[in-house]
Design a binder for this molecule. Structure first.
Ligand code: C2O
Ligand code: CU
Ligand code: CU
Length: 464
C-alpha cells in the first residue's frame, strides 16, 4: 500500500534525522578536577583533570559535514580552551588562546561550532596550560564517521596516555621542568588505554577490526608490535592512505598527537593469547602494553571483500607552482652531553622575567617570536615547506587547520603517499610537506612534545 510505504519512509527519515541530531547536536563538555581509576579497580584513585569526570574524555562521534556544537563550561580553577586536533575548521573555532579566542576563564563558557569536512580519527585536548591539563588527563577521542560503514566487523578505540605516578597513584607534579623540556619531555612510566591500566583485549577469531590508535601522551612515542598478527595501515591522522600498507618491520610507529587506523585481522585461534608490545625505546625500554585474548567462540565467518576507506576532500597541492618556505628547528640539549650544548644554534636565554627559550624555529627572517606569524601564505596557493631538524631530538611537528601531504624525507619520495597533520622529524631529518593554503587565519605550527612547544618550539603561520 502506497500510503503505508510513504509513512514508513517518513518514519525512517525521522529516525535517521534524530540519529544525526544525537550525534551532532550540542555536546556539553565540562573540564574539572575528578578522581579516576587509572590503576584499575581496587586501587587508590588518581586525582586528575577530566572532561565530564572521565579519563580519557567522552568519545565524541560526529558526522561528516554536519554541524556540531560543543558547550564548554570551565570547571577548573584556571583558564582553558578546547582544540579539535586535526579538524580543518574555521580559525575562530581552533581553540588557541590569544590567537583565535580569549581563553575560557574559570566558571565561564564558550561554544564551539563547526562541520567537520573529513571523516576519520581525531581528538580534542586543551590548548592553555596544555602540559599540565593534558598531562593530568584532559584528552578525548573525536571520531568523524564515514557516510557508509567501511566494512569492518568491529571498531576498537585505544586512547593511549602515559602517567608519572607516585606510590599512592597521585600524579607527580611539575609539568614545566626545564631539564625534561630541553630533552625528550615528560615520559610517564604508566601507560593506559582509554584511561586505565590495560586489561586483555577480547577478540573473536576471524573478525576484522578497525583499531583506532590515538597517542595522547605529552612526549612518549610508541612503536607497537602485534605478535602473531599482520596489521595494515588504513589511515594516518584521520586521512585514509591511498594504498593500505603493512608498517615497516611490523612496527606501528605513533608519535604524540598522531593517530593510526589499523586493520587488525583476527587470524589467531580461538582461546589463544598474543602480546602487544611497545618497542619504541629499544630493548631496555620495551614493555608489554596489553594482550589480545581470543575467546573460545568459533571463527567468525565474515566477508573477505577488501576494505577501503573513502578519501577525504583534502585538496591536491599544485606542485608546479608552489610558494616555498624553509623552517629549521634549532635548540635543545645535546644528547649525551651536559649543559654546554644546551643552546644549540639559538644563542638566546631568557632573563629571570621571561620564559626560557631552549627551542626555536628559524625562518628566512630569523627566529620565531611568540605568536607573531613567521610568514604569510597567500590564500589559495599551494605551500611547499621544507622542515629541517638540526637538533638531536625527535619532534612530531603539527600544523593547525590543515592536513598536509608528506612529500619526501631526506630527499626520498614517500613510498606510501600519505596526508597528516603531525609529522615526525627524527634528529637531522629534512621533510617536505605541501598543502593548499585554503583556510584563512593564524594557524599554530608546533612540536607536539608539549614541553618542547612550551619552551619555544612553536610558531604561527598566517594564511591571508
Ligand atoms: Cu594537538 Cu596545537 O595541538
Ligand atoms: Cu591541532
Ligand atoms: Cu619537539
Amino acid at each position: 500500500m502506497a500510503g503505508g510505504a510513504i509513512a514508513t519512509t517518513r518514519l525512517l527519515q525521522a529516525q535517521r534525522a534524530s540519529a544525526v541530531e544525537n550525534n551532532n547536536s550540542t555536546v556539553n563538555l565540562k573540564p574539572a578536577p575528578a578522581l579516576a581509576p587509572i590503576m584499575g579497580t581496587g586501587q587508590p584513585e588518581t586525582p586528575v583533570l577530566a572532561y565530564n569526570g572521565i579519563v580519557s574524555g567522552p568519545v565524541l562521534r560526529l558526522h561528516q559535514d554536519v554541524l556540531f556544537r560543543a558547550d564548554v563550561q570551565n570547571g577548573l580553577d584556571e583558564d582553558t580552551t578546547v582544540h579539535w586536533h586535526g579538524i580543518r575548521l574555521p580559525n575562530a573555532m581552533d581553540g588557541v588562546p590569544d590567537l583565535t579566542q580569549k581563553s575560557i576563564a574559570p566558571g565561564a563558557s564558550f561554544q564551539y561550532a563547526y562541520s567537520p569536512p573529513d571523516a576519520g580519527t581525531f581528538w580534542y585536548h586543551p590548548h592553555d596550560h596544555t602540559a599540565r591539563q593534558m598531562g593530568r588527563g584532559m584528552a578525548g577521542a573525536l571520531i568523524v564517521e564515514e557516510p557508509e560503514p567501511a566494512g569492518f566487523d568491529r571498531d576498537v578505540l585505544w586512547v593511549l596516555q602515559d602517567w608519572e605516578l607516585l606510590p599512592d597513584n597521585e600524579i607527580v607534579d611539575g609539568f614545566d621542568d626545564v631539564m625534561q623540556g630541553m630533552m625528550a619531555g615528560r615520559i610517564g612510566t604508566t601507560v593506559t588505554i582509554n584511561g586505565t591500566l590495560p586489561t586483555p583485549v577480547p577478540l573473536r577469531a576471524g573478525e576484522r577490526i578497525r583499531l583506532r590508535l590515538i597517542n595522547a601522551c605529552l612526549a612518549r612515542f610508541m612503536a607497537l608490535r602485534f605478535a602473531g598478527h599482520k596489521v595494515v595501515v588504513m589511515a594516518l591522522d584521520g586521512q585514509p592512505v591511498t594504498r593500505p600498507f603493512e608498517p615497516d618491520g611490523g612496527l606501528t610507529v605513533i608519535a604524540p598527537a598522531q593517530r593510526v587506523d589499523l586493520l587488525l585481522e583476527a587470524t589467531g585461534n580461538p582461546g589463544s593469547t598474543y602480546a602487544v608490545t611497545d618497542e619504541f625505546y629499544g630493548y631496555d625500554g620495551s614493555y608489554k602494553l596489553t594482550d589480545l585474548a581470543y575467546s573460545v567462540a568459533p571463527k567468525l565467518i565474515t566477508s573477505s571483500k577488501p576494505i577501503t576507506l573513502p578519501p577525504n576532500p583534502v585538496p591536491a597541492p599544485d606542485l608546479k607552482n608552489p610558494v616555498r618556505h624553509h623552517l629549521t628547528i634549532v635548540g635543545g640539549g645535546m644528547s649525551g652531553m651536559g649543559m654546554g650544548g644546551m643552546m644549540g644554534g639559538m644563542g638566546m636565554m631568557g632573563d629571570s622575567n621571561t620564559p626560557v627559550a631552549i627551542w626555536g624555529i628559524k625562518g628566512s627572517n630569523g627566529l620565531n617570536e611568540g605568536m607573531t606569524p613567521i610568514f604569510t601564505l597567500p590564500l589559495g596557493r599551494t605551500a611547499l615547506i621544507t622542515l629541517t631538524n638540526t637538533t638531536d631530538w625527535w619532534h612530531p611537528m603539527h600544523l593547525h587547520g590543515y592536513s598536509f601531504h608528506v612529500l619526501s624525507r631526506n630527499g626520498v619520495v614517500a613510498k606510501y603517499p600519505h596526508i597528516r597533520d603531525t609529522v615526525i622529524l627524527r634528529p637531522k631529518d629534512t621533510v617536505d610537506i605541501a598543502f593548499v593554503a585554503d583556510n584563512p587565519g593564524n594557524w599554530m605550527f608546533h612540536c607536539h612534545v608539549i614541553e618542547h612547544s612550551d619552551f619555544g618550539l612553536m610558531t604561527v603561520i598566517r594564511v591571508a
